[in-house]
Write a protein that binds this ligand. Sequence first.
Ligand SMILES: [Zn+2]
Ligand SMILES: [Zn+2]
Length: 372
Amino acid sequence: MTQETIGSTARKALGFALACFVVRQVVIYGYGSGKRELRDLKAWTSAPGGSPNATQVSVPLTDWLGDWEEKHVGKRVHNFAEMDDRSLQRYLLEQESEWKNGLAFCLLPQGLKEAIKLDAWPLMARAWLRSFVFANLIYLGLGMAWAYYIYGVYGHTLFPKANTPKFGDVAEQVKVSLGSLPMYSFLPALCEHIVERGWTLAYVRMDEYSYATYFASFFLYMFFVEFGVYWNHRLLHDLRLGYDKLHYIHHKYNKENTLSPFAGLAFHPLDGILQAVPYFWTLFVFPMHALTYELMLFGTAVWTTNIHDCVEVECQPIMGAGYHTIHHTTYRHNYGQFFTYMDRLFGTILYPENSGKQHRNPKSVYDVAASK
Ligand SMILES: [Zn+2]
Ligand SMILES: [Zn+2]
């Protein structure tokens, strides 16, 4: 396997940027012809004068929004029929943002919300707080449930030699993660702001495209994300720029019995953000559904809990915990996120012993490990 240098990275980055630009132009040309204007879409509502169980009827989306605003605001503030597509998209995304805020902020005490005057916060600041609340919920809630089951309930079969992580290591992982969560939360908030402004190809309603296009975009988007995460991660190791200050924070847990589900977000905040950036820049390349993108971004917090638990479940081509534990111990393999494809393509795969797969050059692994 070759190690990247600053020069080879610069050449590859330039090539990738050009490829993204070409793909974006092709996508805009190809997909653009299939995109429907928001003003042309329909929404379902109860037939006028009917009971709640009355038959639903289809009305223009702009009419539905007018009725919705009158019902919730008390009057019609916007003339939706006259708004252009970008303004309609921004309005819908901002309403969606407030809906998500409602889900998160109902968990906060009313007294706290009043004390910090949450209602007066700008939308992006509210999006940051919402991301922070959800990130804590996923990290602590899922981490504790996961740890309870793998150590407390099934520990005797999953860790028969009682080789579970020490309390001090886990406490440090929790401390590092909780310290980084406020910074992590800036990325989704900033992305949301940029998407609302219409600067990306993200769209708000699934029926703006056909379902076939929705799924095609999703898979192409995730392919680009997987590619981006792989190279972001590999370059951190190959170039070692600021390695001791950045990625080492996560890699100090380099033995099997030091990793735990709580290590999943234990990064330097800048390192954690860097590894999530491909989710953002790919929004400029493919027309991704905005809410789906956000679910995938927060889904990585669930996934990263899974791959740090040291519980091996071989299921090709999934990049499970067995692969990621190897990454923590050899430093030179298995940089991928969800799948093994990228490591197989670029020659950095190292299969866990019980995978039944043959290593191409197992000797090199031990050479690298021994040099650390
Ligand atoms: Zn790494
Ligand atoms: Zn890791």
